[in-house]
Write a protein that binds this ligand. Sequence first.
Ligand code: IFM
Length: 437
Amino acid sequence: MPDFPADFRWGVSTSAYQIEGATTVDGRGPSIWDTFAREPGRIVDGSTGDEACDHHHRYAEDTALLAGLGVSAYRFSISWPRIQPTGAGQALTAGLDFYDRLVDGLLAASVDPVATLFHWDLPQALEDAGGWLNRDTAARFAEYADVTAARLGDRVKLWITLNEPFIHMSLGHGMGVHAPGRVLLFDAFPVAHHQLLGHGLAVAALRARTASPVAIANNYSPVRPAGDSDADRAAAAAYDALHNRLFTDPLLGLGYPDAPGVDPTVVRDGDLDVIAAPIDVLGVNYYNPTGIRAPEEGSPLPFEIVPLDGYPRTAFDWPVAPDGLRELLLQLRDRYGDALPPIQVTESGCAYDDAPDADGRVDDPERIAYLDGHVRAVHEAIGAGVPVTGYFVWSLLDNWEWAEGFTKRFGLVHVDYPTQRRTPKSSYAWFRDLVRR
Ligand code: IFM
């Protein structure tokens, strides 16, 4: 492996609903994922995040795993309904206490706490009032950012406002396969705008409470047209605008791109200035490129997603394409030039059907190959002049993978859910050695 700058940030990521469990302790309110997971047929194995990895009780053991890994940063998310059970009003001391203990434990282990404020677990009470379709949710989000940073702002080293607002809009509100399960197709645009407005308002709230840098974590997927026809290229451009530009152009001061569904009547005077408040870091979550062709006649979508041939595949059937990460990083630099802040790859990882062998060891050579390829792609992008300053593996632990329940394992650490026993996989040792070097 080639050398990285000495101050390069190596980390791992998780999110609250996927690992914490303890969904009814200390006054936590229900989130949209508690509700959605209980609806028959929503989650492939019928599970919920009620227990997940029981991290709320086992955070000290998990902090020891982070210390053993030697990472310089840990990206976790804060559960909004743990802090404000109905998404408004006074913060719950007990909810904040949990993150306070976690943050102090991380600092004692020399691991920088990186906190995401919204990783999809909206308080159910806000959803009942319209959720992200309701402009007021943006103001509520800023209030939550304020009360959270009032308690943790002196110790969190990087704040991330939203995780993957594109996925929350498209899977949660466009296609209905994630919470809250709405099927609005392109009428989901207000969800995009109100998340971005909430981000901008939260940036201001965070700036008032902390000197730590502020970021957003977007999901990106470089787009490959299936063929050379004008129709395929137009379809690829439409998908690219939706997935890769809708949540980045306005952040970097360019306003909304010409993407399907963009509705200027939702955007009020001054909103775009709020959204374009400078950020210190752009978080980039990358898993795979997307193949696109022109849609069949009569399709409600202006594109069709097609499998990309010629790549190995993960247990999620996602293509393993490290070249896509390099391409994406170069594309961001070429697209945004001087407006592009330093990038940290805030998620990168893969699911495989990892299981302990007869000796209890979990060997995951595919994950090592995956990570090796993606880390090298980052190195090449840095060599080409892209300002990348960090790389976080998704994920520390096998965890509750949303609509896939417990069926997809992304961790460097295997979790046996019935016993909650943690077993570091061979990729954990590989990543530890990389970080040490
Ligand atoms: O598990 C998710 C995470 O919550 C958001 N980014 C993608 C991961 C893998 O699907």
